[in-house]
Design a binder for this molecule. Structure first.
Ligand SMILES: [Zn+2]
Length: 129
């Protein structure tokens, strides 16, 4: 998840009741249900903090699309699998490109980029094959 105005300010962590994890300005939002899954909570927190390590779009793309230290961790992937089975709504909410929350319109640049990529692949397949 990415937004503008990243800085080295201290980050505020707020608990939310939708999706999984997001970062906006210096606020990191994590679904409160993840408090019941400390390993997953820690992983999401690390992921969101990674977004603040650079201010460029490339950093966001790197953070969201390249493998991290947990990508090939079988136990962790199994934990996520069961989390997604148990909380499908929160998992599906992470696929929203835009959403309305507390009077503000939020967006997830990485999800928008993913959809644009799939549309591009679809168009290439449709017109060139
Ligand atoms: Zn992210």
């Amino acid at each position: 998840m990415n937004k503008n105005n990243k800085s080295n300010k201290k980050h505020i962590i707020t608990l939310i009741d939708h999706g999984i994890g997001y970062c906006t300005n210096n606020v990191i939002e994590i679904n409160r249900i993840l408090l019941e899954y400390p390993d997953l909570f820690e992983e999401i927190l690390e992921h969101e903090l990674e977004h603040f390590k650079g201010s460029s779009l490339m950093n966001d793309i790197k953070t969201d699309f390249l493998p991290n230290k947990y990508s090939f961790n079988f136990k962790r992937n199994l934990q996520w699998f069961f989390f997604h089975l148990k909380h499908p709504i929160f998992s599906l909410q992470t696929l929203r490109p835009v959403w309305h929350n507390k009077g503000a319109l939020n967006y997830n640049g990485s999800v928008i980029l993913s959809y644009l990529f799939f549309i591009l692949i679809f168009l290439i397949m449709k017109y060139y094959f």
